[in-house]
Design a protein. Structure first.
Length: 388
């Protein structure tokens, strides 16, 4: 097939990465498809609020460039499919309709729907199909009049694979500092687990923390004590948890600074899975752990870690069970105390840890490659008459 793909190289502009190219673009090329990759300011617009008046002009310019690129590619050789990874800040609805009606079916992939569906709600119904990696978000798309297809995350085994190297860490995590991640790392460190973190907001020489990170400029400390507490309560948040977050971060950064590292490169990220006895997963979104009902979702890491041969310990979410046999292919925790206990147990039981890692790796190779995802997607689109 000839596929036009509007795709940013990475979801995070603060450090160099080819995350999405390696995961979404390269497998399509390896499958033999003729892929026209286009990235003209795609990443920057993810941070633009779709309904803000100032977004309208940038959306208009992006839409114009997108349509020109799609039409030019189609003139060179007819397109069979247009794939996009965009939000409502990128494209005007009329442009989506025009592509679908005149050129080729258009499918949009978007992740983080559990807490960011508002970024794609308006245009969702205009796409031929919407590719949804979170099972719990399917209903939101249906309610918006869209045609969603469950399209879980996966990993490219050409990139994510075991690496021959020395073991360096008891446990590691690579990702941004936000939510209750600092508190969980602190619990591990003070529970005797040599856990290390790599990512945005952890190290003073790296980029600043993202939204929801305790102690960051985006999530300031108390403003006037009681006034700040009342403000948090009005927002549906627990001021006690917010204070605990700040205290955890102060203690962690003061006592365990050598375990806090800048972001890993793509190559270092893959190596970390083999350099660590345990690879950690955290599923809380934003600062929703400060609310009465925290939001969680399956992440890309749930597939990258087992694909890389890691022994993976992640937060419990029922949806994990759609992809792995919990306790046999990956291990899940429900609290800080259980996280610490599980890590300490498996650090003492090498054979059990290696057996689960091996089973998780085999499952990932069998069921969770992007090649398998795209094969299933194209078969379903043919069954629906969307593709020839």
């Amino acid at each position: 097939m000839r596929i036009f793909f509007a795709l940013a190289k990475s979801p995070n502009p603060t450090f160099a990465s080819n995350l999405w190219m390696a995961n979404l673009h390269d497998p399509l090329v390896a499958m033999g498809h003729d892929v026209v990759h286009w990235d003209e300011g795609t990443q920057a617009l993810f941070d633009a609020p779709p309904d803000a008046p100032e977004t309208a002009s940038t959306r208009g310019r992006y839409t114009e460039r997108f349509l020109e690129a799609v039409r030019a590619a189609h003139r060179t050789s007819p397109l069979d499919l247009v794939l996009t990874y965009v939000s409502d800040s990128h494209l005007e609805a009329a442009a989506i309709d025009d592509v679908a009606g005149r050129i080729a079916p258009i499918a949009n992939f978007f992740c983080n729907n559990i807490h960011q569906f508002h970024l794609v709600r308006r245009n969702a119904r205009h796409f031929t199909v919407c590719l949804v990696p979170e099972a719990a978000a399917m209903g939101d798309y249906e309610a918006a009049g869209a045609r969603p297809l469950f399209f879980p995350m996966a990993a490219n085994p050409d990139v994510y694979h075991p690496v021959s190297c020395a073991r360096r860490y008891d446990a590691s995590f690579a990702g941004q500092r936000y939510a209750d991640r600092a508190g969980k790392l602190l619990a591990l460190r003070e529970g005797g687990v040599d856990a290390h973190v790599f990512g945005q907001g952890w190290h003073p020489e790296g980029p600043p923390a993202g939204a929801g990170a305790a102690g960051s400029p985006i999530s300031p400390g108390p403003r006037g004590g009681l006034a700040r507490a009342l403000e948090l309560i009005r927002e549906g948040k627990n001021p006690i948890q917010a204070a605990r977050d700040r205290a955890d971060w102060r203690r962690l950064s003061a006592r365990h600074a050598p375990a806090l590292h800048p972001p890993a490169t793509d190559e270092q990220y893959v190596s970390l899975f083999s350099e660590s006895a345990i690879s950690l997963g955290f599923l809380v979104l934003g600062d929703t752990h400060r609310m009465w009902r925290p939001l969680r979702q399956v992440r890309l890491r749930e597939f990258e870690a087992p694909m890389s041969g890691a022994f993976y310990v992640t937060e419990y979410l029922e949806e994990i069970g759609l992809h792995y046999e919990i306790g046999f292919e990956v291990v899940c925790y429900r609290s800080r105390r259980e996280l610490v206990d599980l890590c300490r147990f498996f650090l003492r039981h090498d054979a059990a840890r290696e057996r689960i890692a091996r089973a998780g790796h085999e499952r990932a190779l069998r069921d969770h490659t992007w090649t398998r995802r795209f094969e299933g997607l194209f078969a379903e689109l043919r069954r629906r008459g969307v593709l020839r």
